[in-house]
Design a protein. Structure first.
Length: 333
């Protein structure tokens, strides 16, 4: 996941701290009277949760958000941080062609953190999980110098074969579903001290992954699929390497929202770079057999070919892309 900042800045919210409330009282506050989906047989309150998996297989993934790296509380509310943390994982479940069922959350924070902040963060986690039909079934709470949110998501394939990164074949079409570049544009706006346009800033604070598009793509015969978290080019490079193919993108099918184009012009930047390399929108990218109709909401953006002398990789309009394809983990820390 690409970072939202490199300097940690905590929020200024005051109130009763976690130290005063206590660990178990806070857990009670954020779990009592919450509605669980039918897949949850036993939720928070015991040593482990019990979740049904009618398929007999469980899809699982984990992601971590660190204050000052992935979010800043002067840029995002705790509720927005919670939604973003959940979305990063729920999108990975969708990218396998599965339906999310449950979240497990590990939260670390300073004891001075206002309890209200943590309750709002939990509200965001619950809200995003609920939007997919999933529940928050358990987790852990401990101390740390900054806020760290670790989310594990579980999902149900419902009889489908998982859609892997390694399934793309020459002759397939490349397609995308969901917003691209919006979060990167919002980050650029925030980084320059502005809070508008709201549509772009809010896209960075809370992504809107096309969760239902993952299972729909699997049902339509998608041969490979990936969640776009680090940037489209960077993530498609994983598909190219895993599948041993060359992915040939065309820039023409990509659309740039008018407000994004305006902001890019004002900042002297190329909005297409945001679309191709910006992370944290959590759109989906997939390949489909050449003769298969694309599901509704998917846009064809290129083709899969056998690798040439340059090997497996990704090109745009017939050429390697100039510059980084997205966020590179550990490049700055």
């Amino acid at each position: 996941m690409s970072p939202s900042a490199i300097t940690p800045e905590g929020g200024s919210e005051t109130g009763v701290s976690l130290r005063e409330v206590g660990e178990f009282a806070l857990i009670d506050r954020v779990t009592t009277d919450r509605v669980q989906p039918a897949t949850t047989e036993l939720g928070p309150g015991d040593d482990s949760a019990v979740v049904t998996a009618a398929d007999g297989r469980v899809v699982a993934c984990t992601d971590v958000l660190v204050e000052g790296v992935h979010f800043r509380l002067d840029w995002s509310s705790p509720e927005q941080v919670g939604r973003k943390a959940a979305a990063a994982n729920l999108a990975d479940i969708a990218a396998m062609g599965a339906v999310p069922t449950s979240l497990l959350v590990g939260l670390a924070c300073p004891s001075s953190t206002p309890a209200a902040q943590l309750e709002q963060l939990a509200d965001g986690l619950w809200a995003e999980a609920r939007s997919t039909g999933a529940g928050l079934v358990g987790g852990d709470l401990t101390s740390a110098p900054v806020i760290v949110v670790s989310v594990t998501a579980l999902g149900d394939l419902q009889g489908r074969a998982p859609v892997l990164r390694s399934g793309a074949r020459a002759g397939d079409r490349i397609a995308v579903c969901g917003r691209l570049g919006w979060s990167a544009a919002g980050l650029a706006v925030l980084g320059r001290g502005f809070r508008s346009p709201a549509a772009l800033v809010d896209a960075h604070r809370v992504p809107e992954p096309p969760y239902s598009a993952g299972p729909q793509a699997a049902d339509a015969g998608a041969t490979s699929m990936i969640d776009v978290s680090d940037g489209l080019l960077a993530d498609l490079a994983h598909v190219a390497r895993a599948s041993g193919v060359a992915l040939r993108l065309r820039s023409r099918p990509f659309t740039v929202a008018p407000r994004m184009a305006e902001i890019a012009s004002a900042l002297g930047l190329d909005p297409l770079r945001w679309v191709l390399t910006g992370g944290e929108d959590h759109a989906l990218a997939a390949t489909f057999p050449g003769d298969a109709p694309l599901p509704e909401g998917w846009t064809e953006v290129g083709a899969v070919e056998a690798p040439d002398e340059a090997g497996a990789g990704v090109t745009v309009d017939g050429r390697p892309y100039d510059g980084d394809g997205g966020w590179v983990h550990f490049a700055k820390y």
